[in-house]
Design a protein around this ligand. Structure first.
Ligand code: GLN
Length: 486
């Protein structure tokens, strides 16, 4: 039996039927990590108790679990009890949380073994994973290329099969864009679908966590495990969580798919344009009704996103002051006043991009500017949602690229923040409107890198998203076997 060929359902079944033990499965993935992680830099910290925990699971009645003994990796934005959680920042370099994020608790409740914590851009700020204090992650398809970001470690680990599934977070595209760059499925649930309790806050009104998986069925199963109301996060919805994986249907006949008109007006990399066109053809063939829908405000979504995300980040990151936890500037360097102590600690603890966002956000929230920047951005955000609502009167899902280009080379864009921010053109509006978004691997670029297509649906309609995703997956040219690492 080759665990790499099995879906989460099949793996769960194999474990339940004792064809493989939880311990054997955990050891299998740990061995792959040992072999491949030095090249990829996807894992930051390993769970040293993984084997012990797998052994304990083997003693239990496994029939109560949906993901019995399945080994997974978690983005370092999520707190894990007794396991280092750094947000890929020096300021949290030695932080060990005393509790699990709700999402992590839910996975453990279903029998998941946490293998370790995955690399990312510092505080999830970035689109290439080059902003990690612990060094860039490499794209398993070609080690000279970025895996995308900020959940680059989660995407690379999933792509190279260093876990049965991984978890990422998405504030403006951080699950979908790396999933696209690494040829895996990435699902950003509706805002409020999955608890944010225990997830290090970046921009609280935009942050969501979700799965990166080998296929759509796995994503559906993961979502039903991690979703649901949580008294510890007041923004989670009380809505019932459907059994997404059981409700998956192959039939999308007559479903209305809106093609994002703004994506058809030029500006896409030719390989992405081709991918979009063949995606349209595939959905037509599957019986969907296809027409264009427009979101005229899309062109402002990057500015609006960066104003809101930076503002909220500047407030959220104020807690890292070196007093109660995290990095603290050495005594002989920390000055003689409290202000000097704060500024030395924060100056040394945060990386360049994080500082840029804190300064931008502080400016946008400052007296005299807040109306012109933050508040205005919030108003435009509402108009973006209105435009989506109009579009969804006509269609069930919107198809668009995830990113205007396939993965780029390491160091190609890092010195030009604006170039980097342009990566987020097609993903940020989903977060601004709080909608669910899915990235499905669909084709290969000229230089053999994967390209994903994005689907967006109405709030809490992840089911339709997954059903259409399944139709794309059936027609995808990206085979899960990644030729370079496996
Ligand atoms: N690339 C975007 C940014 O840098 C999105 C990040 C994210 O979704 N966490 O903010």
């Amino acid at each position: 039996m080759d665990p790499l060929k099995l879906s989460l359902f099949e793996l769960n079944k194999a474990v339940q039927q004792k064809k493989i033990s939880c311990l054997e499965l955990t050891e299998f993935f740990l061995k792959r990590i040992e072999k491949l992680n030095p090249q990829l830099n996807a894992y930051l910290a390993m769970n040293l108790k993984a084997k012990e925990q797998a052994k304990e699971l083997d003693q239990k009645d496994l029939s109560q679990f949906k993901l019995a003994g399945l080994p997974m990796g978690i983005k370092d934005m999520l707190c894990t009890k007794d396991l280092k959680t750094t947000a890929a920042s020096k300021i949290l370099e030695n932080f060990i949380p005393p509790y699990d994020a709700t999402l992590v608790k839910k996975l453990k409740k279903q029998g998941v073994v946490i293998l370790g914590k995955l690399n990312q851009d510092e505080f999830a700020m970035g689109s290439s994973n080059e902003n990690s204090y612990f060094g860039a992650v490499k794209n398993p398809w070609n080690l000279e290329f970025v895996p995308g970001g900020s959940s680059g470690g989660s995407a690379a680990a999933q792509s190279a099969k260093l876990a049965a599934a991984t978890i990422g977070t998405d504030t403006g595209g951080s699950i979908r864009q790396p999933a696209s760059f690494c040829g895996v499925v990435g699902l950003k649930p509706t805002y409020g679908r999955v608890s944010r309790y225990g997830i290090i806050a970046f921009a609280s009104s935009l942050d969501q966590a979700g799965p990166l998986t080998a296929n759509i069925e796995d994503a559906a199963l993961m979502l039903e495990v991690i979703a649901g109301h949580d008294p510890m996060d007041a923004t989670t919805s009380q809505k019932k969580v459907p059994e997404f994986s059981k409700n998956l249907t192959r039939d999308i006949k007559g479903l209305k798919v809106g093609i994002l008109a703004e994506a058809l007006q030029g500006g896409l990399h030719p390989d992405v344009e081709k991918s979009l066109q063949s995606g349209i053809e595939a959905l037509k063939k599957e019986g969907a009704e296809i027409f264009e829908v427009s979101l005229p405000l899309l062109k402002h979504s990057i500015s609006v996103y960066y104003l809101i995300a930076a503002s909220e980040a500047s407030s959220n990151l104020a807690r890292y002051d070196g007093v109660r936890f995290g990095y603290r500037a050495p005594m002989n360097e920390s000055g003689s006043t409290l202000d000097e102590f704060y500024s030395k600690t924060r100056g040394q603890g945060f990386g360049k991009e994080v500082k840029r966002r804190i300064m931008m956000g502080t400016y946008c929230l400052s007296s005299g500017y807040i109306q012109a920047y933050y508040e205005k951005a919030c108003r435009v955000r509402r108009l973006v949602l209105n435009q989506y609502n109009e579009a969804f009167k006509k269609c069930d899902v919107i198809l668009s690229p995830v990113s205007a280009n396939p993965a780029f080379k390491i160091e190609e864009k890092i010195s030009d923040p604006l170039q980097m921010y342009l990566n987020d053109l097609f993903t940020t509006s989903t977060n601004l409107a709080g909608l669910p978004g899915l990235s499905v691997p669909f084709s290969l670029s000229q230089n053999k890198l994967p390209i994903g297509l994005q689907l967006t649906a109405k709030a809490f309609d992840e089911q339709t998203l997954l059903n259409v995703g399944l139709a794309l997956e059936r027609n995808s040219l990206v085979k899960t076997e990644n030729p370079h690492v496996i």
